[in-house]
Design a protein around this ligand. Structure first.
Ligand code: FPP
Length: 243
């Protein structure tokens, strides 16, 4: 089985999963968080190098105050535990998104874990917090415009590589496979630039139940696809060295 180098996941369905069990939505988030830890071990054992997950979007501020407070508490607990998870997996954590909107103690915890894990190289783990693809591109364009104004770039030299360098994911290869759990089939503003050529896999399984067997199924489906990037297959084969 060919394992994708980079998997991105939209973790969806915590709330509905909990409600279906007659439990509060917050219970779904707690179980969703525990599942994220489990999936990191699976990812490590499979040899996937990059994992990026959507944990809190720029739109999630529209949820009830109670739910947002519950999520903040969960992020606090998770970030405390995260050093252990990073060490166990030799995993480097990077937060993408604009976390300046988060409480200061969470920002400090993020900085602490990022610093602690910065030399780990077995898994590169991107946690999207207050992330939105349009917001990321807007923030990047703003910085790029400033650099042009400061004479660091000439407009005519701006190409895709330059733009990529201004995204939160600068230097991180694009996802090969995007997974969205719990039935919805849309991107919801996740990694709009980076998912341009990725394969998409949608499943009805809610995030708290998305386990190793489900991930393996997603990777098997990915393997059945013919990834051509717009070229004609025969032409690609002709371009292979030695043919
Ligand atoms: C989707 O479920 C999940 C979220 C909006 C964010 C919460 C994510 C987690 C708790 C997992 C990661 C946790 C940490 C601490 C890193 P939903 O509430 O949108 O479900 P619904 O669509 O059924 O309402």
């Amino acid at each position: 089985m060919n394992v994708p180098n980079h998997i991105a996941i939209i973790l969806d369905g915590n709330g509905r999963w909990a409600r279906a069990k007659g439990m509060p939505r917050s219970y779904g988030h707690v179980r969703g968080c525990a599942n994220l830890e489990s999936i990191c071990y699976v990812i490590r054992d499979l040899g996937v190098k990059y994992l990026t997950v959507y944990a809190f979007s720029t739109e999630n501020w529209k949820r009830s105050r109670d739910e947002i407070e519950g999520l903040m508490t969960l992020f606090r607990t998770y970030l405390k535990r995260c050093m252990k998870i990073c060490e166990k997996n030799q995993m480097r954590l990077k937060v993408i998104g604009d976390i300046r909107a988060f409480p200061e103690d969470i920002q400090k915890s993020v900085a602490r874990v990022e610093e602690y894990s910065k030399d780990f190289t077995r898994i590169y783990f991107q946690l999207a917090l207050n992330y939105g693809g349009r917001d990321e591109i807007t923030r990047g364009v703003r910085r790029l415009a400033q650099d042009v104004a400061d004479g660091k770039h000439r407009p005519e030299d701006i190409d895709e590589a330059v733009v990529e360098g201004y995204l939160d994911t600068a230097g991180i290869p694009d996802p090969d496979l995007l997974i969205r759990t719990s039935g919805e089939q849309r991107l919801s503003n996740f990694l709009l630039w980076q998912l341009a050529y990725s394969e998409f896999y949608f499943t009805d399984v809610p995030w708290p139940e998305f386990d190793k067997a489900e991930l393996t199924r997603a990777i098997e489906k990915y393997n059945e696809r013919d990834r051509r990037y717009g070229a004609v297959k025969e032409e690609q084969e002709c371009l292979r060295p030695g043919l």
